[in-house]
Structures are given as C-alpha cells and as structure tokens.
Design a protein around this ligand. Structure first.
Ligand code: C5P
Length: 400
C-alpha cells in the first residue's frame, strides 16, 4: 500500500554526526513511502556513522556533502539548494550543529544551508543527556525556538553511551507525524504545547505509595486535540490508566518532583495545560526498604509539601504565553476556581465539580466553566473529547 501523506513534498534532510544517524536511514524510507522527495545532506561527522552510498540509495537521490564542490555548485548552488525545499529537517541534530545554528556560524555545507534558507526548519536533537542538559545547549534551544525553529523530541530513555535521560532522537515515525502536522497547516502548527496528565504516585517505601483516582482521560484528550490542530505536544504523564495519546512526545513520571523536572526540561513552550492531579504532599523521608509490620505498633508517616507545578511555571521566568490550570472542586466551584486563578498566576482555569454525584472523576463526561480575566464562561456538559476540542480551538485563538 502506498501511503500518500506527504505527496511530492520536497524535504531537505540534513544528517549530522551521532549514533542516531542510523535512524535517519529509516526516516528516509518512511518519507519516501509517503511520497516525499528527499534530498540528503551529510556533515563530515555523519559520514562516520552512515555511508553516503546507503543514504543516496535509500533516498534515490544525490547526496550533498561539500560546500566547495565545483560540480555541485555548477548544477545547483548552495543558496538554491537551501531554498528549493518545502521543509528542512535536521535529524539527528548534534549539540554542535545546534550551537552553530544558534550562533549563525556557517563553516560547512549543512550550517551554510541552514543560515541561507528562508524555508521552515524542523530539528530532531540527539545527544548525550549531559550535553542536552548543559546550560549552553539549553540556551541554544531557547534561541532557536525563538527564531521559529520547531523541535521534535528528544525522547527520554537509555542511550548508546550507557546513560539514561533525555537526549535520544525522536523515533522516525514521530518525526514523520510532526512533519505531517506541519504540512497539515493547522492553526497550532509551529506551536509547542506542554501538557501534564494523570495522577502522581508518592512512595511510602519501595512497594507502597499514595495515589489518587485520576484516570488521565481529560489530559490525553487535550493532547490529541491540540496535536490534531498541528501543535507539537510534550505530554508529561503520571501512572495513568488512560491510553497514551498518539502523535505526541510522551514523558512518563511517577512523582510530583519528577513531573516538575520533566515540565521544566520541556520548556520553552507557547502554552502549557496542567491537567494532572498532582499529590499535594509526599511522604517525608520515604523508607529505602519495605516497612515491616511491627508487633503492636502502627507506623507514623510525616509529610512534606510537593512543588506546585502550575504556580511554579505560571510565576517563573520564560513563562509560556498561555498557562491553563484545572480546578476540581466539590463546592463553591466558581468562587474557589476564581481565587485559584489569582493565587497561582495562570491565565485560565477550567473549573469542574467533581462531587461524587456528578460521575465526572473517572467518567467519560465533563462539565466545566472556563475562568479567565474576562470572567466565568459556563460550557454545557459534554464528553471529555469535546471539552478537549473546544479548549484546543480556544488555545489556537489565544495564540493566533
Ligand atoms: O491547588 P489544586 O490542586 O486544586 O490546583 C489544581 C491545578 O493545579 C491543576 O491544574 C493541577 O494540575 C495543578 N497542580 C500542579 N501541581 C501541584 C498541584 C496542582 O500543577 N502540586
């Protein structure tokens, strides 16, 4: 079966040096299956990981490698090469190439094409976790995002170097999905939205934890709805029952502390939606070993306050343009939610009544009121996916 999601789209694929370059071969295959024309460019370092011959064979096209190649310049100059694509994709993007892009340095073909172009650029970073977390890389990331470059990934996981953390290149199909969303041209194309979802689990000891009944259904529905409008989505989820959303970058966490770190590590973002039911407290000094049932004695747990992720992000530096929180209340819903919006410093609060009679917590429907600086707007009771779609459209209007 021929997939035709990217028919005749001209993709300039820049492959830089890193172990993830092997995934670029699969990406080329996936793009061609979807009808895209792929023009590959290899950096010198990339040639240490994949051969020009395999890249050229898979792309069914010439590979460009050298800035000063006279034949290439005669056939198609580098300026023309940089502008003749519908989209430039850098996958994998090394820390070095990102630094060059952020600094406007152009000392090889790849960096020169990226500086000379007026075509949209999508970047799939890939590097060791320490390199990714280094303030220099994070600065470069913020600069490039401000310049309008879109990012896909990196994913979190184990790395070829034996370490674990964010830095793995996004999977080829996730890159393809981001490209399709880009060309679909939805109202949120080019926007990055971070969403928290699900409960958190706060350990008591290695086998016991404190949790809540959040299913994660509303957060997952919001992630799919904004992705469908073209947004790039980072979905930070606690251990939730609901199925994970498709076409988004997923970060799985357990505790509130981990959720805050994952959210902060995912910035910058244009909008953030905090749909997670974060535990307010964690057990102070959770036991390293399973607590034993002592004869005649009951354990005493002491608690520490968890970070308020919504308030931290709303009041922090580099705050997203739009921050949305939820308020699950059981009485005086509007008054409590309005006060919460002020206290936390977010832009909107979606307030809902979760008293047992409503069937909302864990159910398929929701009954919300949108609280903003303009007042309270009551939405009719509807399915959680309709709430998500309506919210996604409102977010697109606000960011438009
Ligand atoms: O204070 P309360 O828990 O009612 O606030 C709910 C809102 O704040 C939700 O959007 C929730 O995701 C967010 N929140 C958070 N971090 C916390 C507690 C709540 O992000 N520690």
């Amino acid at each position: 079966m021929l997939l035709t999601m990217l028919p005749a789209k001209r993709i300039l694929l820049i492959i830089s040096g890193g172990i993830a370059a092997y995934k670029a071969l699969d990406l080329i295959r996936r793009l061609r299956e979807r009808g895209a024309d792929v023009t590959p460019v290899l950096t010198r370092a990339a040639e240490e990981f994949v051969t020009p011959l395999s890249v050229s064979a898979l792309a069914g096209a010439k590979v460009y490698r050298d800035l000063f190649d006279l034949t290439d310049e005669a056939e198609m100059g580098h300026i023309e090469l940089s502008r003749s694509a519908d989209l430039i994709v850098v996958a994998p993007a090394s820390a070095d190439l990102m630094a060059k892009m952020a600094g406007g340095i152009c000392n090889d073909l790849a960096s020169t094409l990226l500086l000379a172009t007026d075509t949209p650029v999508m970047v799939a970073p890939s590097m060791n976790v320490r390199m990714w977390e280094h303030p220099a890389t994070q600065r470069n990331l913020a600069t490039l995002a401000k310049d309008g470059i879109t990012f896909v990934g990196p994913d979190e996981g184990s790395m070829a170097c034996g370490e674990y953390g964010p830095g793995r290149m996004a999977e080829p199909l996730a890159i393809v999905a981001a490209m399709e969303a880009h060309f679909a041209g939805g109202p949120l194309a080019g926007k990055h939205i971070v969403i928290t979802s699900g409960p958190t689990h706060e350990p008591i000891d290695p086998v016991r934890y404190i949790a809540n009944r959040s299913s994660g259904a509303q957060g997952a529905a919001i992630a799919e709805a904004v992705a469908a409008l073209g947004a790039r989505v980072t979905f930070v989820t606690g251990p939730a029952r609901a199925d994970r959303p498709h076409g988004v970058d997923i970060i799985e966490v357990e505790t509130a502390t981990q959720m805050l770190a994952a959210v902060q590590g995912s910035m910058p973002a244009d909008a953030a939606v905090f749909a997670a039911a974060v535990a307010d407290w964690r057990v102070d000094g959770a036991a390293d070993q399973k607590m034993k049932k002592e004869k005649g004695g009951l354990p005493t747990l002491s608690f520490a306050e968890n970070p308020d992720i919504l308030a931290t992000v709303s009041q922090g530096e580099g705050r997203p343009e739009l921050v949305v929180g939820f308020a699950a209340e059981t009485e005086n819903v509007i008054a409590h939610a309005t006060a919460k919006r002020e206290r936390k410093g977010c832009d909107w609060i979606l307030a809902n009544d979760v008293s047992p009679g409503t069937g909302i917590m864990g159910g398929t429907e929701n009954d919300v009121t949108l609280i903003s600086a303009d007042g309270a707007e009551d939405w009719p009771r509807m399915g959680k996916s309709q709430v998500a779609e309506r919210l996604a459209r409102r977010i697109a209007e606000a960011l438009g």
